[in-house]
Each structure stands twice: as C-alpha cells, then as structure tokens.
Design a protein around this ligand. Structure first.
Ligand SMILES: NC(=O)C1=CN([C@@H]2O[C@H](COP(=O)(O)OP(=O)(O)OC[C@H]3O[C@@H](n4cnc5c(N)ncnc54)[C@H](OP(=O)(O)O)[C@@H]3O)[C@@H](O)[C@H]2O)C=CC1
Ligand SMILES: O=C(O)C1=N[C@H](C(=O)O)C[C@H](O)C1
Length: 275
C-alpha cells in the first residue's frame, strides 16, 4: 500500500556517481518514495536501483526509458519530482519531458545554455510547474558565492579557477559559470585591462564570458570538486576556496530542493534562492 503523503521521486542517471548517492538519500528520507530509476548505462539495466546504489533492494528496477517512468509518476496521487544527474547533452530534453508530464524537475546536471534555461523557464511558467536548476547543491558553495559578492564591492579584479576529477564532461563547471554570472549581476565592469596581452599558447588565460571574468578549468584524477575565486588589488590578494571530499555534501541540498520544488510554479535557478 503506497503512502499518499510521500513525495514520489524519479532519479534520472540513477547508476551514475551522483545518481547512486541520490537513490540512497531518497530511500532514507521519511517523506519521499523512490518510484522510478532511469539510466542508459547498459550494464545496469533491469537491476534494482538500491542494489546498484549499495543500500539494499528497493524493488525499483533501472530502466532506459524516461517517458515510461514519467507516465508511471503521473499515476501517483501526489505530483512527482524528477531528480536529474545525467549528462549535459541530454538534460534539456529530460527537463522538457518531465515538465510535459507534470513531473517537477530538480536538475543537478550542468551544461544548460542560457537560451535553454530561458526556454525551460518559459515552458515551466506556461505549464505552471515548479522546476529547480541547481548547479551546486553544497551549502559551502553558496557561502563562498555570497562572500564573493561581498568582496566584489571592493575589488575590481577577479578570476575563477575550478578544479574537478577527470571524468567530468563539461568545462567550465556549471558552478563557475553561475559564480561569474552572480558577480556580473553586481553591475560592475571587472578586470579593466592594464596591458595589451597576447596568448603564446591559445587558452593560456582561460575562458572569458560576457562578464569579462576569466575561468580556468583543471581536470585531474585525485580531485573531486573545488573552486577558487581570487580577487586582486594593489598590494593584496583575497582568495575564497571551497573543497569537496565526498558527494554526500550535496545531499542536504538535494533533499531541500525536492521538498521546495513542490511549492513552486515556475523555474528557479540556484540553491541560494531556496535557502
Ligand atoms: N549540481 C550539483 O551539485 C552537482 C552536479 N553534478 C553534475 O551532474 C552531472 C552528472 O554527474 P555524475 O553523476 O558525476 O556523472 P556520471 O557520469 O557518474 O553519471 C551520469 C549517469 O547518467 C547516465 N546518463 C547519461 N546521459 C543519460 C541520459 N540522457 N538518460 C539517462 N541516463 C543518462 C550515465 O550513463 P553512462 O555512464 O552510460 O553515460 C551515468 O550512469 C554532471 O553534469 C555534473 O556536472 C555533479 C555533482 C554535483
Ligand atoms: O561534475 C562534478 O563533479 C560537479 N559538477 C558541478 C558543476 O559543474 O559545477 C557541481 C560540482 O562542481 C561537481
């Protein structure tokens, strides 16, 4: 007998590094129920999501068909939530599908372009469906970003270095892009040029977006997820740094997002907006 008060949750990317952590976390939450698991890794298809995640059998097989799992979610009394930790190439379509079925997306997958985000925002608004896109679920990163906004009032020069494990598909990280956007929203022009520069090796000075803030991406085995925001001024450097050592650090944010998205009627971008 299904408890109707529980939030039905579908995990997309259930066999991945983040997906397995989310399966375990949802399985342990008193107010949630894992009702579906999706992944396209052929090695795990048909296997139980709980066994794959290492938390014991949950009687939820991993399927490679998001649509049919979303249909399943529509049959629940309580509106479902889809947590997506898949791949930058597929996330846009996944989110559109979830919204189309009235299943609220909580998106950890990075790599959505600004145009895709706008489009999903309009789609969610029209459908009156809550959606959350959260480039980083850790509280430490929100605090770092807040400190960076504070520092930006006093420093005109800033660059970002993000460092990740070498299995990461996208660069720069979603977190670094969001951090640069937040700094840009302060309405300042950063990094006024002090000299005519030339790159002797292309990319030596990192990538630079509209915000005129350079982002440098490091990928190495042994790293997990790390970010530095470095402010400079004559005679001083102010460095903010966040390090993760376990993906468990994202789980309180994921649980919060699953609960909050059920109260929303449109798309919200960033954990700081729901704290
Ligand atoms: N917001 C946050 O706080 C965080 C965000 N992330 C982001 O989450 C995403 C996933 O990261 P991570 O778990 O490390 O990656 P993994 O590669 O470990 O996991 C992704 C899983 O999803 C599967 N997959 C890929 N595309 C699809 C699809 N279209 N439909 C169904 N399954 C799919 C993959 O299968 P296969 O292996 O066969 O491709 C894999 O099993 C990345 O974008 C990453 O940047 C990561 C950590 C924290
Ligand atoms: O791929 C990862 O690992 C991470 N991806 C996210 C990003 O791109 O910002 C969040 C965190 O940095 C871990």
């Amino acid at each position: 007998m299904v408890n109707e008060a529980l939030i039905p949750v579908v995990v997309n990317g259930a066999a991945g590094k983040m997906g397995r952590e989310v399966v375990k976390t949802v399985a342990q939450a008193d107010d949630m129920m894992l009702i579906g698991a999706v992944d396209h890794n052929p090695e795990v298809l048909g296997q139980d999501a709980g066994i794959v995640a290492g938390c014991g059998e949950l009687e939820v097989p991993i399927l490679n068909d998001l649509q049919s799992v979303l249909v399943l979610a529509t049959q629940e009394k309580v509106q479902g939530v889809m947590v997506d930790f898949t791949h930058p190439d597929g996330v846009y379509e996944n989110v559109r599908s979830a919204i189309a079925y009235g299943v609220r997306p909580v998106v950890g997958t990075t790599g959505l372009s600004p145009e895709q985000l706008d489009d999903l925002g309009e789609f969610a608004e029209k459908a009156s469906t809550g959606a959350l896109v959260i480039p980083n679920f850790s509280i430490g990163m929100v605090l770092l970003q807040q400190a960076a906004l504070q520092a930006s009032k006093y420093f005109d020069h800033v660059e970002i270095i993000e460092l990740h494990h070498n299995q990461k598909a996208d660069a720069p990280s979603g977190t670094a892009i969001k951090t640069a956007q937040m700094l840009a929203e302060m309405g300042k022009t950063y990094n006024p040029p002090s000299v005519q520069e030339s790159e002797k090796l292309p990319g030596a000075r990192g990538s630079v977006g509209e915000e005129n803030i350079r982002i440098h991406s490091v990928r190495l085995p042994g790293l997990l997820a790390h970010q530095e925001v470095i402010f400079g001024a004559p005679g001083q450097v102010y460095t903010l740094r966040h390090d993760t050592s376990d993906r468990a650090c994202y789980m309180p944010g994921v649980l919060l997002a699953i609960r909050k998205v059920t109260e929303l009627k449109s798309l919200v971008y960033g954990l700081e907006k729901i704290l």
